[in-house]
Design a protein around this ligand. Sequence first.
Ligand code: ASP
Length: 350
Amino acid sequence: MKKRFILGLIAIVLAGCKNDVKPIHSKSSSEKQNEFAIVIHGGAGTILKENMTPEKEAAYQATLEEAIRVGYEILKHGGSSIEAVQKTINVMEDSPLFNAGKGAVFTNAGTNEHDASIMDGKTLNAGASAGTKTVKNPIDLARAIMDNSPHVMLSGSGAEAFAEEQGLNLVKPEYFYTESKFKSLQKIKNTTHVLLEYNPKKAFYDSTIKDSKFGTVGCVALDKNGNLAAGTSTGGMTNKRWGRIGDAPVIGAGTYANNNTCAVSSTGWGEFFIRAVVAHDISALMEYKGLSLAEAAKEVIQNKIPKLGGDGGIIAVDKNGNMVMEFNTAGMFRATMNDKGDLIIGMYND
Ligand code: ASP
């Protein structure tokens, strides 16, 4: 009797495991869900209700809504997903709340160094910039690199010279100063100093991860012509050194779009997102293994990334207008709008 019970239990567990690895093709995910759709994130990390004031919460909510409505209006009036992604990200880059553009975090040297990328799912064209210090809206630079240069990725002073040639908005580095981000740097530096005596490599990352809220911004969109686009913009990680570049400007890691599958923008611990090639991996799981977007995103964010030791999340939309926001952190600033204009905003892990 007991033996049969145990065998039964094993059979149930095995059946459960099988379901985990086998793609489930839900009918709904392969049918057109939305004629157009847009999803944004404002970074994943330790975003807890108990650490938020009502004013802060309202400010985040208002900026997320303002940003996504800009993209929504473009899509509603037949504009391209690329345009929607760029203009939506511009709003978040101009806000001091997020770690992109105006609100970028500080490097170990006390500078602000921006990374950004954008990708067009129709042509697989892409543009990316890394380590710029004077470009007001790095996503505009990524777009200009994609449209007007023979290259995909430009960095540092060369990228800034190209931005100037393109007539983009350049600012003095002081424009990017925000008190809260500067204080975060001081706090991390103090902690790191103590931990450095123990283990230099680990200390740098541990203290950085624990004490800095992320706040990278990203946007993915599907337009009425069935074209997908994705973009990501960030100041990277507080206290970064040695010209560190994260995943945000790395096509396939921080950003990816392909009309055959989906558009993805990542946020989280960039080193792991580069190693796991997160954004392209989600697309590849759909293209080569037949997984739905939700299944592919779950596999990469809840299984692959934590196994490596990283954390973070993604937003994505597929060619049928299915929207996904997957994260393994305590929260992620996020919002979606479907073709009916329904708006959903989220911050915490609920
Ligand atoms: N992924 C970004 C980086 O590593 C950080 C973030 O998303 O907050 O640069």
